[in-house]
Design a protein around this ligand. Structure first.
Ligand code: FES
Length: 400
């Protein structure tokens, strides 16, 4: 038999442990008989910093470049909005006719303004979707809007990211980087930001004046404009290539942050591969569901263009609607006027997580943000799941 020698400190620890029950009983007896608080301070603080939803009004709408509008939200009573990491987004609830949908927009103002109850988002007219044009044409100053708390992971994290960040932006993809530029200027963030910003023409550049102003006020923010449809002095011409990134990144380590349309990512994936960067140094914002699931690896070609029956079970009620193979289940659910939870609409946040009772779906690998347990128990993210057969799904909660 082996013996373990216990020193004095070990013996004292054992004695302390042996007396724990007695000490606890004595303390319970000695405590006053006042009831416990019904609301815990920590829960209240968590709710304030991470609200599920926030109520705001539209305080101003500003034309921004040729086809974008910046919408200024304020709290009705001037109280502060939730603080956020520059680069995060909010999900905005958009009622259209009998349906309510959501869209995610990056916060493009300084986090400093949140303390005064103010957020800015920028909505660009996008021919591929109907919500941004709807907002541009219908939203008015004074209108009440419900938005989510700040969401998303495209923000600077000193433990993970290099001190120098090269931001690659296309069109309205400038918005998270606008927020970062303001945050650096206002002392909320400390890193060196070079934005390589692709636009079609000089006239169509969103935030041109504001970017110039931030660059003039802060030597840690730099902007390079790249025009695809126009050659102009003082601007780069063409597309954002590996060569161009190397030219402006200079020596030393750097992280790449990307935000823009899917076509830009498809092109940049090839260019960034040439740079041989470590994986953790390349990050991207997702902007909605994949628009061409049939071009994704693993998509069964025969499904394209088909229609299926979709049964939605919500709190025991059943609704039968039509679902197209070419669009995510969430779109079919919303089109039928059924309110379902959604935020990122990119398969990432898990907010729309729902039980797939029966049927088969296609989930593109790039937008499959499910946890392993969800895969095992047949939970899916309807925002990133395309039907391949008749479906029965159980959803709970409403849009924000
Ligand atoms: S809304 Fe975020 S995963 Fe579906």
């Amino acid at each position: 038999m082996a013996y373990v020698k216990i020193g004095l400190i070990g013996k004292l620890d054992m004695l302390k442990f042996k007396n724990i029950t007695k000490v606890r009983e004595n303390e319970i007896q000695a405590s006053p008989a006042t009831p416990l608080p019904k609301v815990l301070t920590t829960n209240e603080k968590a709710k304030k910093h991470h609200p599920a939803k926030q109520d705001v009004v539209i305080a101003d709408i500003r034309q921004n470049g040729a086809d974008a509008k910046t919408i200024v939200f304020k709290t009705p009573d001037g109280s502060r909005l939730a603080l956020y990491r520059a680069g995060q987004y909010v999900s905005v609830s958009v009622p259209i006719g009998d349906t309510v949908t959501t869209r995610s927009y990056s916060l493009c103002s300084s986090p400093e303004l949140a303390k005064k109850g103010e957020y800015h988002i920028t909505v660009k007219r996008d021919d591929a979707g109907f919500v941004s044009p709807y907002i541009q044409d219908n939203w008015k100053v004074g209108q009440a809007v419900t938005i989510s708390g700040p969401q998303g992971h495209l923000y600077y994290e000193p433990l993970r990211d290099a001190k120098k960040v090269i931001a690659l932006a296309g069109g309205s993809g400038i918005t998270p980087f606008m927020g970062m530029a303001y945050a650096i200027r206002d002392g909320h963030e400390d890193f060196d930001l070079t934005i390589i910003f692709g636009s079609r023409t000089a006239e169509g550049i969103v935030y041109k004046k504001e970017l110039d102003e931030v660059c003039a006020a802060c030597d840690k923010v730099h902007v390079v404009h790249v025009l695809s449809d126009e050659e102009k002095e003082g601007y780069e011409h063409g597309f954002i290539t590996a060569e161009l990134i190397k030219k402006y990144a200079g020596e030393g380590e750097y992280s790449i942050f990307m935000c823009g349309p899917q076509a830009m990512y498809n092109f940049l994936d090839g260019e960034i591969a040439k740079l041989g960067l470590r994986r953790k140094f390349v990050r991207r914002e997702m902007f909605g569901a994949i628009k061409d699931p049939w071009n994704q690896p693993g998509y069964p070609a025969e499904a394209k263009g088909k229609k299926f029956k979709l049964k939605v079970i919500k709190y025991g009620e059943e609704f039968e609607v039509e679902a197209l193979a070419d669009e995510p289940l969430l779109v079919a659910i919303e089109r039928a006027g059924i309110s379902a939870p959604s935020r990122c609409r990119s398969g990432e946040c898990g907010w729309c997580r729902s039980k797939l009772v029966s049927g088969k779906v296609f989930i593109p690998e790039k937008t499959d943000g499910r946890r392993a347990a969800d895969v095992d128990y047949n939970y899916v993210h309807p925002c990133a799941s395309f039907p391949l057969s008749d479906i029965v799904i159980e959803v709970s909660g409403s849009n924000i």
